[in-house]
Design a binder for this molecule. Sequence first.
Ligand code: B12
Length: 251
Amino acid sequence: MPIVNDGLEEELQWVTIPEESSRIRGVLENADPLMQDIAFYVIVGEHHQTDRLTKEALDREFDPNVILDDGLIAGMSVVGVKFRDNVIFVPEVLVAARAMKAGMKHLDPILSASGIEPIGTVIMGTVQGDLHDIGKNLCGMMLAGAGFSVHDLGVDTKPQEFVEAVVEHKAELVGMSALLTTTMRNIEITNRAFEQAGLRQKVRTMAGGAALNRELAHKMKCDGYGKDALACVEKAKELLEQVKLSASAAT
Ligand code: B12
């Protein structure tokens, strides 16, 4: 199906790297026109329209995961490309992030609702010095939806804050988000803080964000890496099993 939203088609002209273009187009060309509209309004930072259309999509019984992937995240991918290529700058990205959040506000309660006893506890936070929170929030929502109890420490989280939260909430898992190459090393520093607090054997840590890949996450001494929110949930479940196994081996 072609892109029927002319504004979106125009925006896609900014995506010039062939692999990026075919990945983003692949999603949008297979998406419902309503998802194309949502993506467009995220790109241009129209939070009222994103808010309205996300609600309309839910009323029309679109799967919330489809709205998230084919609408909101697809739009944000184009924003990412335009920002990287200096087509837009921080203020425009902030306006797009506000639009994305306006849509996520409707999806959050649905993606987070599970209504069952938590399967485990996760502390989530963006590492110290880093203010990006969209991806971390998505991961938190998906984890909550999968049955985890999630405590979100927000952005710019100091290593000691992660440590204190693990103790306070008796968490088995920690999820760290880092989008900047300059803040990535704070993942390792946080892992070291767990070591110094004598907690490193008890807690499993995972990380994600644009700055990372599997190798880097392991180099930063994490137990796991997730490339997106779905992988985050899978990794959390896997690490929780490891915690349970090592706890039962210790008794
Ligand atoms: C939005 C954005 C901003 C917004 C943030 C708003 C907000 N509330 O989050 C604003 C404008 C504030 C911003 C500021 C800056 N930004 Co910025 N930003 C972005 C942008 C365009 C999109 C990020 C995003 O939200 N993506 C969408 C979400 C859904 O994806 P995600 O975050 O990657 O999350 C997914 C996965 O990574 C994973 N994941 C994320 N966290 C976790 C955690 C765990 C545990 C797991 C398992 C998985 C996981 O799952 C998520 C869901 O699928 C990226 C470009 C990009 N391609 O990433 C640049 C980008 C990250 N920013 C960049 C830069 C340079 C900056 C600034 C330094 C710019 C400046 N000169 O001021 C500042 C830094 C501010 C600071 N101290 O943090 C660079 C980083 C380059 C680098 N390698 O270091 C990028 C890559 C753009 C670029 N190509 O140049 N930015």
